[in-house]
Write a new protein. Sequence first.
Length: 288
Amino acid sequence: MTSTLIEQIQQFYDASSSLWEQAWGEHMHHGHYGQDGKEKKNRRQAQIDMIEELLQWGALNEKSSVWPPTSILDVGCGIGGSTLYLAEKFHATATGITLSPVQAQRAKERADAANLSQSTNFIVANALEMPFADESFDLVWSLESGEHMPNKQKFLQECYRVLKPGGSIIMATWCHRPVGGLNGQLTDDERRHLAEIYRVYALPYVISLPEYEAIAQNIGFQNICTADWSTAAAPFWDVVIESAFDPKVIMNLLFSGWTTIQAALSLELMSSGYERGLIKFGLLRGNK
């Protein structure tokens, strides 16, 4: 990753994570609102449901070649929401990596509070140059971190490298709509919309789900499967917009710095991106 991008991502999450936690709790990712996107549920439940639905979809069960996973890597762990959840669920050791020292520190505090500090570890590290030996993990979990990667191929190569033979990757990431053939290319207006999202959320670029699938195939992942869960995930942004009007959130937002304020003011970019079919919530799973 370029040092400028690393700094941007670091500063973005250093500045915004405590506000997010106050408003939302420990999970910094989309919720799951049923396959039709119409299930009514509270925010935290929707986020837990997203983890559970992903595990089920990822075929992580007794039929997996590595079951239960005893060593888990959470790439882009935030303040440890998924890491702690998975460590507890599978009685596994789980490692979370993030570019944000503030997030890593908070994740450690949360692990202590949950009596999970013996089985979890949080490291400030670059996902394109992971500080782990080959074949270290049974499961690589990446919930909404792929969009931050400036080299998607290198990212998936690193995930493949650190997986044990038979191990699984389960990944969910922001994508743009498929392009080429009948889909046509991205229009100038769509490119402008994406450029605004990149600017506000410190993203280098996103790609389509078929492109991720092609990269995974080239690298050598087996049993690859992809899915588009945009309908199930999209209501999340309307709920976020709603929560931004909470007086407590507004007050904390004012003290959180311009990058966070800008991101909050731009929530509609994601909501309308889903609405027009430009933004997709893409899933990929595979085995080594």
